[in-house]
Ligand binder design. Structure first.
Ligand SMILES: C[S@@+](CC[C@H](N)C(=O)[O-])C[C@H]1O[C@@H](n2cnc3c(N)ncnc32)[C@H](O)[C@@H]1O
Length: 231
């Protein structure tokens, strides 16, 4: 397996810690995506790139019927296992490969929180998500905001390239910087229908955790989140 963009080892440990209480993950991305999810009670949920299981834990506390997590990093999968015990089914898998172990139309809701931009084989992944979602099911995707990448990396807004963003203590996140047109175009091109788009701002709780980042997300969008329907 070559899950090169999965957060292995110490990088995974640092991400797991950060995702627990950080202004960006815990208080900006997660609340926005969970709001987009709406009422999840009883739903069969697929969490792609589930990381340390923070989403899965929240979805279960919101009474999701069943959560299946897929993750390429053994370190993060282990953290998810510890967080969730036997309350979710977890798979170690590279999202560059088809989801052959999942049955057709077996989920009501799929989510990819801050994962999509890491993947090369995005058309294949979307086709697989479409296959495993039931008709009328929901797909939620969050990603880095194109203008945030543009501000940070500079150059042309229209650059379509892999970039490396410093992360944690000496690590780097490798992902695709893409325009809004490309991001949405890929999702709509895969046959999904856009229902809502959000540019999340940090919640009030983030003010206590990290006032600088709280202010920043209220001046400049950091993430983008979309809710789509599988026809
Ligand atoms: C920013 S983290 C988000 C984790 C989780 N969705 C959350 O929001 O807490 C990105 C996740 O995608 C996973 N990932 C990246 N590339 C992957 C791949 N090719 N296959 C499986 N997982 C991958 C990473 O290991 C990491 O857990």
């Amino acid at each position: 397996m070559t899950a090169e963009t999965a957060y292995h080892g110490e990088m995974g440990r640092q991400f797991a810690l950060q995702a627990t209480g950080s202004a960006y993950n815990a208080h900006t991305d997660r609340p926005a995506m969970l709001r987009l999810a709406g009422d999840v009670s009883g739903l069969r949920v697929l969490d792609l790139g589930c990381g340390a299981g923070h989403y899965a834990a929240e979805l279960l506390s919101l009474r999701a019927g069943q959560v299946v997590g897929v993750e390429g990093s053994e370190t993060l999968l282990q953290a998810a296992q510890e967080r969730l015990a036997d309350r979710a089914v977890l798979h170690h898998h590279d999202l560059e490969e088809p989801l052959a172990f999942l049955k057709d139309q077996s989920f009501d809701l799929a989510l990819m929180a801050l994962v999509y931009h890491h993947i090369n084989a995005r058309a294949q992944l979307l086709a697989e998500v479409r296959r495993v979602l039931r008709p009328g099911g929901t797909l939620l995707v969050s990603t880095t905001h194109p203008t945030s990448d543009w501000t940070y990396f500079g150059g042309s807004y229209f650059a379509d390239e892999r970039v490396e963003l410093p992360f944690g203590d000496g690590f780097a996140l490798s992902y695709w910087r893409m325009t809004l047109e490309k991001f949405l175009g890929e999702l709509l091109g895969a046959g999904f229908v856009l229902e809502e788009l959000a540019e999340p701002r940090a919640t009030q709780q983030a003010r206590l955790v990290d006032p600088r980042r709280y202010d920043k997300t209220h001046r400049q969008p950091h993430f983008l989140a979309v809710k789509l329907r599988r026809p």
